[in-house]
Design a protein. Structure first.
Length: 363
């Protein structure tokens, strides 16, 4: 399976492969309204950040404030991408050390993505009015869309909350960087990130041969059923390159039968398994032997691509790291024109081999 001026000069210092913004020359924050309608209006950049989602943790770090994160979620394997993004000149201080910082007690664990509480967040804020007034808590819209009581409890304690837009696509990702950057005094950095994204997307489109009219389907396969979605980052990219959605739906998600897949007759299918860890070789063998699916050219010609965990995650990031997922979709739909041999099973170990070409195609 969703991705923010300094009047003086921002001083950027190397920290390994990352960087941070110095405190001496930060710009003043500006007033913004987040995706939930909260108004965020700090006089100075917050001294503490708490993220209830890995997206927030990465955006805080990308904007230069990794060292001010005092609380974060602790779901296993969520801080696992690299600071260098293929095709980007910028490097990012991605918070890969958060898990170890939580283990050492440097960053408080507020719980997992779906189970954190207002109490755990406020414990990370710390005692005293100053801590409450100089802390920003950042969460996803879909964490509170059906029940905002946790957010309200935090706000009633005097702590500011910023809610990220969780719709999909580059425009939403850039909107989140822009608004968050303005709210915390990092508009210049946010603008640079957004410009880099625009340049990357433009370069990829120029580099990929025309695939106008190619029918592509993005399908999740798990628990023995096929699912499609009305919002898909994969399809956003494919359609931006000229492809058409072979299996559209107006529902947020819907099951789709083998007969419906056959009737749509997609030229390419991109599968994920919702992190179930399926054996894709076994699944492909089963589908190829199926009397309905096995008769489709997409399976006969090896155009059904199956994503293991890491490439699946890459195609669903809601941050600048979505760039590598974008490149992977471009590699799949334009493989022939790019002269690539993209394997039908994109593994955690080798999937980035299929996007190495972007280094020579991006400025």
């Amino acid at each position: 399976m969703m991705v923010i001026g300094i009047a003086a000069v921002i001083l950027v210092a190397a920290v390994g492969v990352g960087w941070f913004m110095t405190s001496d020359d930060q710009e003043k924050p500006g007033s913004v309204t987040d995706s939930y309608g909260n108004v965020i209006d700090f006089d100075e950049t917050p001294k503490q950040f708490i993220s209830t989602t890995v997206t927030a943790a990465e955006m805080i770090a990308d904007l230069g404030f990794r060292d001010r994160i005092v609380g974060a979620t602790s779901d296993e394997g969520i801080y696992d991408v690299e600071s260098k993004i293929l095709g980007f000149d910028m490097t990012f201080d991605y918070p890969a050390s958060i898990e170890s910082d939580i283990a050492k007690g440097k960053v408080k664990s507020i719980g997992e993505w779906g189970s954190w509480t207002a109490e755990s967040v406020l414990a990370a804020v710390g005692e005293g009015k100053e801590n409450r007034e100089t802390t920003l808590v950042i969460m996803d819209y879909n964490q509170i869309s059906s029940d905002a009581s946790r957010m309200t409890q935090i706000q009633n304690a005097g702590v500011t909350v910023f809610v990220l837009n969780t719709d999909s696509g580059w425009e939403i990702i850039k909107e989140n960087y822009t608004l968050l950057g303005k709210a915390i005094g990092a508009s210049d950095r946010a603008e640079k990130i957004c410009n880099e994204i625009d340049d990357f997307v433009s370069d990829i489109k120029k580099a990929t041969p025309t695939v106008s009219g190619l029918k592509v389907a993005k399908i999740c396969y798990c628990f023995g059923s096929f699912y499609i979605y009305n919002q898909s980052e994969v399809m956003d990219v494919a359609e931006s390159l000229g492809c058409v959605n072979a299996l559209p739906t107006t529902q947020s998600f819907a099951t789709v039968s083998k007969e419906a897949i056959a009737a749509a007759d997609p030229d390419i299918i991109i599968f994920d398994d919702m992190s179930m860890g399926l054996n894709w070789e076994e699944e492909l063998e089963k589908w190829n032997a199926d009397p309905i699916l096995g008769n489709l050219d997409v399976f006969k010609e090896g155009k059904a691509y199956c994503l293991e965990y890491d490439p699946m995650q890459a195609t669903g990031y809601s941050t600048v790291h979505f760039a590598e997922g974008h490149a992977l979709v471009a590699s799949i739909v334009s493989a022939e024109g790019l002269g690539l041999e993209v394997p039908t099973i994109l593994t955690d170990e080798d999937w980035k081999d299929s996007i190495k070409w972007v280094e020579s195609k991006t400025d």
